[in-house]
Design a protein around this ligand. Sequence first.
Ligand code: XMP
Length: 514
Amino acid sequence: MEQEKVLVIDFGGQYNQLVARRVRECNVYCEIYSYRTALEQIKAMNPRGIILTGGPNSCYAENAPAYRKELFELGIPVLGLCYGAQLMMHILGGKVEQAPVQEYGKTEVALDGESALFAGVERRTICWMSHSDYISRTAPGFVITAHTTDCPVAAAEDKEKNLYAIQFHPEVLHTQEGTKMLYNFVRNICGCAGTWRMDSFVENSIAEIRSKIGSGRVLCALSGGVDSSVAAVMLAKAVGSQLTCVFVDHGLLRKNEGDEVEAVFGPQGPYQLHFVRVNAQERFYGKLSGVTEPEQKRKIIGEEFIRVFEEEAKKIGAVDFLVQGTIYPDVVESGLGGESAVIKSHHNVGGLPDCVDFREIIEPLRNLFKDEVRRAGLELGIPENLVYRQPFPGPGLGIRIIGEVTEEKVRIVQDADAIYREEIARAGLDRTIGQYFAALTNMRSVGVMGDERTYDYAVALRAVNTVDFMTAESAEIPWEVLQTVMSRIINEVRGVNRVMYDLTSKPPGTIEFE
Ligand code: XMP
């Protein structure tokens, strides 16, 4: 049976992925496409509904992103958000102009009349506004269904044609009843049954992978991160012993991480796959000896990783398929899906395809958002500690040690980080903070321990909250927790006599500490 789906047409809005995620939370499958996608292609996908995103332009400006009028004549329900709403009005004969008063932030919206889009929503509700243009006159056939003090058309609709326009952003959590509105649209107005479920996705994917691979051989590079682990387990369940997983331990992993990965994927684990663990610590430390410049460290680690992998791949010989843990945000951000092409400077498996002799790439998680990958992981029975693992950079602790990387420094940062993670979990904060870790500054200073003068390193603790990892704020951790972490690190980790908490947001800082 064809998967019912809703399409998000992206006009360059910063919340494009959020819209798609919210729709999927209503158990409706959703994909993002650029506004440059041809109408015929959109039609061929047979969507149940279409959502037009916001965007930074003015729809009446020359060369502003637009769409063909026929989009609104397909008989498919369309919901325009912010720019999408303005564009709908503009194309269909309404008027959009610069607003006398710009609205930005949480705004009270008052509903007018009755609308299926707002079923169950309070008559006055808080919504997130962010616009400098506004709809000053609706297109023929539309009635106004909401307004604010400064915005006469906060929402309008042509019920007969199933066209809906809203000026605010229902996808943003600040819009208190936004999820309800999106649910009303996709489930009630578009009539989607809500069949997008992780258990059936996993089951179907395994069956599809199995039939695609047949008796072919498959190679997967395991990093120990969530994405490659979930991809590997999916493949293992599909083709078992035809799969070889190569796990390169570069000696820059978190404490015990190598053994944890081996426990799941190795010979003692539940899957009957070929697991190759390459203990390449010495090799990496050797290459990094004397190197202090952060970009150079990244380069060396990346290149060495490929060399090690290449050697292993040669031993394995030609394979039919190479597995990659690409996820949907990677697809969208690399410009294939939506409009906002962010050039990613770091890729977990960048470079690998070149050094492996293979026929085809398999990306089983290509259509999933991160939280969906985690749910798929749980569905597959992967241990929670692996599924909820934090993002960890490919170059590992190599970019959490300022200055030269040495075995001694790696040990310090691993031990300090393990204590930090243990205490954050004990305080029940491990699922609420976006990303947190210990780093080792290159600073040594004088301290006193017992009666002795010390001259030791300072550990920096980092914890940030972030929505998209492009911007971040330092997390507020209770003082007592920080105190406990500090005293445990000083007492238990040799070579450290100071602990600092990094308050810097991003920008101007980065999340990593390198
Ligand atoms: P920054 O430090 O750039 O980090 O603010 C943003 C997010 O990206 C992660 N990060 C990486 N991930 N390979 C990765 O797979 C890398 O080279 C890399 N560098 C940074 C970082 O942990 C954070 O989540």
